[in-house]
Every structure is written in C-alpha cells, then in structure tokens.
Design a protein around this ligand. Structure first.
Ligand code: ZN
Length: 275
C-alpha cells in the first residue's frame, strides 16, 4: 500500500513516527502551516517555522524515505492576533518555493471579521501564485462554518480547493460544490475508518482525500493506512485504495513525488513542484 498523507503536522511528531509511517507505506506527505499551540508574538516566529518546513523537516523525512512537501499560510486562529498579521506581507515570497504545493491551512476558526480578511487575502495569493488551497473547517458549528466557507471560495475554480475536516453532516454540500473533500481520521473523535468507508460507499472515491491530520494533540499518523485496510475489508479494490491514498493527493497538489530522494540538500533545492 503506497500512501500520501495530504495533511499532517510532522513538526509535532517524533522521528519514530517517520519510521513507523514508512513501514506502513507512507511515501509522501504535505505539512500545512498551523497553530503551534504556543501563541506566536511576532513575524519572525512564522518565518523560522516556514524555513523549518522548507529545510529541516524535508531533510528529516528523507532519512526515512518520505517525500515532504508543504502548504504555507497564516492559520485561522492566529489571524485574530494583530501581531501576526504582518506575515501576510512575507508569504508571497515563500509561495514561490518549489516544495510549497499549496496555500494552507486557511479558513475559519471562530468566524471573526479578522479571519474573513486573512482568508480572503490568502485566497487572492493562491490565485496569483497558481496554487491550490487547503481550507480548514471549524470544529465548532461545523455545518454553518462549512457553508460560509463554500461561499467565500466560490470565486476560485473548485478543483483548486480542498475543504478539509469533513464529516457526514458537511460532506454533501462540499460534494455538490465541486471542491475536493478532505477527511481527517482521528483515534477517537471526528471520523474513524469505519465511518470513512461508509462515506466512500455513498460518495465514491473521486475528489476524496483522507489524512491523519496528526499533530500535537491526540492523533495517529497511521490512520491513513487503517482506512486503506478498512476499504479492502469492505470490498473496495486495491486500485480504489490507491486512488484515494495516493493518486488523489498527487492530482490535487500537482505534486512531483517521483523525483530523486530528498535529504542531502538541506536547503531544499532538490524538491520540485510538478506542473
Ligand atoms: Zn491541520
């Protein structure tokens, strides 16, 4: 089973996780920029983080045969802190880097006016840089948040937008929108492999991305593999598993995952974004 985890925060994970992920079949990941738990107080804090997603983390992943790509953005939560907003001026030069395959994660946390502003500004950046967008949906008031999110992204081509953290309540409206549907599989909350298989049976395997969204909270970087196994056990073919766990993320991110292994070049120059 070859797996591409399209949303995982390896910054918060151990090197043992990389080893276990490789053993489970994970060969590529996208790490979106997010809230680190400890609030940032200045722009430099973002820039060091972005540099780590472009240099250190791909290097660490490559030691375990995993290709590391990233999405960069000001996350929804910190869009509410004026000390963080100047990072929006720095983002455009980072979006030119070859291993940056998307803008993200953007979207809503508490649906404030400040979040609106940062969301819109970063959607415009995505259009300008011809990058897809990874959109986080809020965990509270998810249905209203997802509906409002779909309104905001309406101006973009739907095939360039991934609406993430969906569940049974929100999948239908995103399926109708033409956007990509993302599902985060957690050990004990939100989606689990069984519920994911039921959604795949109802909605099919097109435009669906399955991720572990593993981070500093209770989460499991091997949940993607668990979904693949649950799909096989319930009668999906291995080609369908490959479509969901590999082909779909490659297609959404236009990711070049076939190139030479990374890792010797710390500056990240060997990492390519495909067309
Ligand atoms: Zn995330």
């Amino acid at each position: 089973m070859r797996i591409f985890d399209p949303h995982i925060h390896m910054t918060s994970r151990t090197t043992d996780d990389y080893a276990r992920m490789h053993d489970a079949g994970v060969r590529a990941v996208v790490e979106p920029a997010f809230w680190l738990g400890q609030p940032r107080t200045n722009v430099g804090s973002f820039l060091d983080y972005f540099d780590s997603l472009l240099g250190w983390e791909p290097y660490r992943a490559a030691q375990h045969g995993i290709r590391h790509l990233c999405a960069l953005a000001l996350n929804p939560k910190e869009a509410n802190d004026p000390r963080c907003l100047p990072v929006l001026d720095e983002l455009p030069r980072y979006l030119l880097k070859e291993s940056v395959v998307a803008v993200g994660e953007v979207g809503y946390d508490s649906m404030t006016p400040a979040e609106d502003k940062a969301f819109e500004a970063q959607l415009a950046m995505a259009v300008e840089h011809d990058l897809p967008v990874l959109v986080h949906t809020p965990h509270r008031d998810k249905a209203a948040g997802t509906r409002r999110t779909l309104d905001v992204v309406k101006g973009l081509p739907p095939e360039r937008v991934l609406i993430d953290h969906l569940n049974e309540v929100t999948v239908g409206m995103v399926a109708d929108s033409g956007c990509w549907m993302g599902f985060s599989i957690y050990p004990d909350t939100k989606m689990d492999p069984g519920r994911m298989v039921a959604i795949l049976k109802e909605y099919g395997t097109e435009r669906v991305l399955v991720n572990s969204a593993a981070d500093w909270g209770r989460s499991d970087p091997l949940r993607t593999r668990a979904v693949g196994e649950a799909m096989l056990a319930s009668g999906f073919t291995s080609a369908q598993v490959t479509q969901v766990l590999w082909d779909n993320p490659v297609a959404f991110y236009h990711a070049d995952v076939e190139g030479p292994d990374l890792g010797d070049d710390y500056a990240g120059n060997t990492i390519k974004r495909g067309g």
